[in-house]
Design a protein around this ligand. Structure first.
Ligand code: NAP
Ligand code: ZN
Length: 349
């Protein structure tokens, strides 16, 4: 079927209205009318080909919530009229060791991203949530707890799961000392989720006027990372640091703030680190520097259910589809408090 979308034809072009094709539902598919779609910094990286490999036209968007409009004959998970959500992946091989262990995001044969992935049905590449509808195999569709506001729940599908997965993998719980670097979409969800799990949470931010917000979001303390004196006060403190910074930056000052056996997990920047990473504090403190990408489907549902129980959603600013280019510019200036969410009804106008 032919549907309306918003996307870009080139790395240096603005996003604009376009038409794309979606498949008709097959036996295990769910068709979702998209009501809201969050705006992730990865959307911007992909639209502008920051990582290389973007296939054009590119239609970003992987924080999707909406209503089920059609189901295939074998679908059991949801019915027409239910709320539904789709995150960053829409397929994987489902046979490899990772897939068998609910780690579809690490599929050894390559997971299929919601956008810029290989479309196994129509050929070409996948198109994301800046669009009217999406058709996804039920395995990759999530249920949204009924008490959560749909627009504010959308960012849980990427910002939420990307920070939840390392919190769970490194077994954060009551009494854990967790730090978060960068107060943006991922960072503000990391604070809320770590707090929800019972951790003591510190925010590292470059932006002094985000201090009050950090505390209001649940951080126990805020360290302005450009102030060496403040950095010294947390030397050797943290069990886990979640680093959400999207661009190259020096992680050595943060490694110094890890406790013995502590881990700094990079979820933001993809690429070579500069300046070099000094191994001395890592060796002398058995510290780790790690990475993590989104989360599996079962883990995403676990996170959504946890958010339902604890009433956790994102702090959002609702925008119209037509405002997306301006929203990207604001995101580059760290001027998002703390996630843009597109009201997809605006696409129809
Ligand atoms: P965002 O909303 O733009 O937030 C990023 C925050 O990082 C900013 O608010 C800012 O916080 C800080 N920051 C920005 N530029 C910086 C710089 N040059 N140096 C130091 N700090 C800087 O972005 P997001 O949507 O949270 O995404 C963050 C990154 O995670 C992106 O690169 C995105 O592609 C990536 N991502 C990864 C995964 C994964 O699975 N691993 C999933 C989703 C997104 P302060 O003002 O507080 O310093
Ligand atoms: Zn994302």
């Amino acid at each position: 079927m032919n549907i309306k979308a918003f996307g870009t034809e080139a790395a240096n072009a603005s996003l604009k209205p376009m038409n794309i094709q979606r498949r008709e539902v097959t036996a295990k598919d769910i068709e979702i009318e998209i009501l809201y779609c969050g705006v992730c910094h990865s959307d911007l990286h992909t639209a502008r080909n920051d990582w290389g490999g973007t296939m054009y036209p590119a239609v970003p968007g992987h924080e999707i919530v909406g209503k089920v409009t059609k189901i295939g004959s074998e679908v059991t998970k949801l019915k027409v009229g239910d709320s539904a959500a789709v995150g960053c992946l829409v397929d994987s091989c489902r046979e490899c060791n990772s897939c068998k262990h609910d780690l579809e995001q690490y599929c050894l044969n390559g997971m299929v991203g919601t956008y810029n992935g290989k479309d196994k049905h129509l050929g070409g590449h996948t198109f994301g949530g800046y669009s009217e509808k999406v058709v996804v195999d039920e395995h990759f569709v999530l249920k949204v707890p009924s008490n959560l506001d749909l627009a504010a729940a959308a960012p849980l599908l990427c910002a939420g799961i990307t920070t939840w997965s390392p919190l769970r993998h490194w077994k954060v719980g009551k009494g854990s000392k967790v730090a978060v670097i960068g107060l943006g979409g991922l960072g503000h969800m990391a604070i809320k989720l770590a707090k929800g799990l019972g951790a003591e949470v510190t925010l590292f931010s470059r932006t002094p006027d985000k201090k009050k917000d950090g505390l209001d979001l649940g951080a126990n303390s805020v360290i302005i990372s450009t102030d060496d004196n403040q950095m010294k006060t947390v030397k050797g403190k943290f069990d886990l640091i979640i680093d959400t910074v999207p661009y190259v930056h020096d992680i050595n000052p943060y490694v110094a703030t890890l406790n013995v056996n502590g881990t700094l997990v990079l979820v933001g920047y993809l690429g070579g680190l500069e300046p070099f990473l000094n191994t001395v504090p890592m060796i002398l403190g058995r510290k780790s520097v790690a990475g993590s990408v989104i989360g599996g489907i079962a883990e995403t549902q676990e996170m959504l259910d946890f958010c339902g129980e604890h009433n956790i959603v994102s702090d959002i600013e609702i925008i119209k589809m037509q405002d997306i280019n301006e929203a990207y510019e604001r995101m580059l200036k760290s001027d998002v408090r703390y996630r843009f969410v597109i009201d997809m009804a605006s696409l129809k106008k």
